[in-house]
Write a protein that binds this ligand. Structure first.
Ligand SMILES: Nc1ncnc2c1ncn2[C@@H]1O[C@H](COP(=O)(O)OP(=O)(O)OP(=O)(O)O)[C@@H](O)[C@H]1O
Ligand SMILES: [Mg+2]
Length: 482
């Protein structure tokens, strides 16, 4: 019996595989524009305890390359024969570090045959555990050690072996503040003792800014900040062309310029457009302008799903209104115009503007103007409006807080870092439904069909039961763990 679908043929051996990595956390085939950061981190490891950069906080918007940087730092540590312990800062991470990751690191040391380099800065002794690497004995200790104890024990043993420990924490979020404080308290003690360790953590800007500004811990405040931004146009071009050529295809100057332009120099898009172009070219040796155009068209949908939805759907209500009031023109917008669209004084709208800047959603290219920071945000808003119109729902931008709350209640817990609970939602204050409806009505009035900067969809008078449901966060297969 024939199948009711067609199975694509297995590609033959000669088919060339795409070199691109449009996967979160995957080290790209060419890591553009980040060499100086890598050099700084290596320098910190080589310089001894207390060196700047031995504690580093990596921040930047989604898809800019934070997880990749942590992975690269791990490779740097590895090149110095340091051990690495890594975790995502999700609930229970301190326990996972204490009971699994740190003991595993010691096991690695037990079985490693390599000669480890001597850590500069002399040895330290904190707990008097030095000398033993018999992890079996340590693991079966009757009293379950806490993180501080386990860390100091590990560091002392590593120091005895002339090596050090890099601890990386990805997706740091304020909702696990107590756990984070437990870790940073222990790390402060380790710093004071001159222990051989380095720490690198990554999180979204509002989280990292919040942690530093609120002075959650002196250790974090003193940490080196790495604010990742978009690539330079040259970096994006190199990030596209070099992997294509290394993997056996070509791309001409015109097609390359178009690919760079469509990527907006945004790291995730460089991978996505590179990968889509490769696929569009099929068995052809040359990636042409047509292939790039096809690639760019399909990349936007993926961007919407992977970047815009998780970033924008979790914004507090008033901040979503601010974003909606910026409209879909794509270029810079005057802050006074946005405030006017929202129906609030400019100073009041400024609170939402500051919070959105802090989150990396918008930037202020010059005084009195704002613009979207993530490429294709305006296209996303436009697509959302069209969807809302077509389906006669209120859509993402005009659902009320209670609708969203019930939608969230029906949605399985999100695993990915959410912007909810960030510092800025407190700044925005709680907005009740009546206020929201009032603001929506105002926005609708200001966005009458045909008006120049029309941002509001024609919403039905009665709230639809099919309010926008926040998307599920990216499936876990998007984030590979090494
Ligand atoms: N310097 C770079 N040059 C080219 N591509 C890069 C660079 N840095 C990261 N990428 C690519 O960008 C994508 C996103 O990287 P990564 O997962 O590290 O982002 P992130 O900031 O951790 O995102 P999120 O906030 O969603 O966790 C990946 O596909 C990665 O391969
Ligand atoms: Mg990440």
């Amino acid at each position: 019996m024939s199948l009711p679908f067609e199975i694509p043929p297995v590609p033959d051996e000669s088919a060339k595989k795409s070199p691109f990595t449009p996967t979160f956390g995957a080290i790209p085939p060419l890591l553009a524009d980040r060499q100086s950061l890598i050099n700084d981190f290596a320098y910190a490891l080589d310089s001894g305890p207390g060196a700047r950069g031995r504690a580093t906080l990596v921040t930047g918007t989604r898809g800019v390359g934070k997880s990749v940087m942590l992975r690269v730092f791990r490779d740097v540590a590895d090149s110095r024969q340091w051990l690495t312990v890594s975790a995502r800062a999700t609930a229970g991470f301190v326990d996972r570090l204490t009971t699994a990751r740190l003991p595993e690191a010691l096991t690695q040391l037990d079985t490693a045959n390599t000669t480890r380099t001597r850590v500069k800065g002399g040895s330290f002794s904190a707990l008097g555990f030095g000398g033993s690497v018999d992890t079996e004995t340590e693991n079966t200790a009757p009293v379950k050690p806490d993180f501080h104890h386990q860390l100091m024990r590990t560091l002392e043993i590593l120091d005895e072996h002339g090596t050090g420990l890099l601890l990386t924490l990805d997706e740091v979020h304020r909702s696990h503040l107590e756990e984070l404080q437990e870790v940073t308290d222990a790390l402060s003690t380790a710093v004071a003792d001159g222990a051989p360790f380095a720490f690198a953590a990554a999180g979204l800007p509002e989280t990292i800014n919040g942690l530093v500004n609120d002075d959650v811990s002196t250790f974090l405040r003193r940490a080196e900040r790495v604010n990742l931004g978009n690539l330079s146009p040259e970096g994006a071009a190199a990030g596209l062309r070099a992997p294509i050529e290394a993997a056996g295809k070509h791309i001409g100057d015109e097609a390359l310029s178009a690919a760079v332009e469509s990527s907006s120099n945004y790291p995730y898009l460089v991978q996505l457009i590179g990968d889509n172009s490769w696929r569009a070219a099929g068995s052809a040796e040359e990636i042409t302008l047509d292939h790039v155009r096809e690639a760019a068209a399909s990349a936007t949908e993926t961007m919407f799903r992977q970047i815009h939805e998780p970033t924008l759907a979790n914004l507090p209500e008033r901040e979503r209104e601010y974003v909606a009031a910026m409209g879909t023109s794509g270029g810079p917008v005057k802050t006074a115009t946005v405030a006017d669209q929202m129906g609030v004084p400019t100073s009041h709208a400024g609170v939402f503007r500051d919070s959105l800047i802090n989150r990396g959603v918008i930037v202020s290219p010059r005084r009195g103007e704002v613009e979207f920071n993530i490429p294709y945000t305006a296209d996303f808003l436009e697509a959302e409006q069209t969807k809302a119109l077509e389906t006669s729902t209120r859509g993402l931008w005009y659902s009320t807080q209670s609708e969203r709350a019930s939608a969230i209640a029906e949605t399985p817990t999100q695993d990915r870092e959410s912007t909810r609970g960030g510092q800025s939602s407190a700044a925005a204050g709680s907005v009740d439904d009546a206020q929201a409806v009032e603001a929506i009505t105002h926005a609708r009035k200001n966005h009458a069909p045909g008006s120049a900067n029309s941002a509001a969809p024609a919403t039905p008078e009665t709230p639809s039961s099919s309010a926008y449901r926040p998307p599920q966060q990216r499936s876990t297969d998007q984030g590979i763990e090494r």
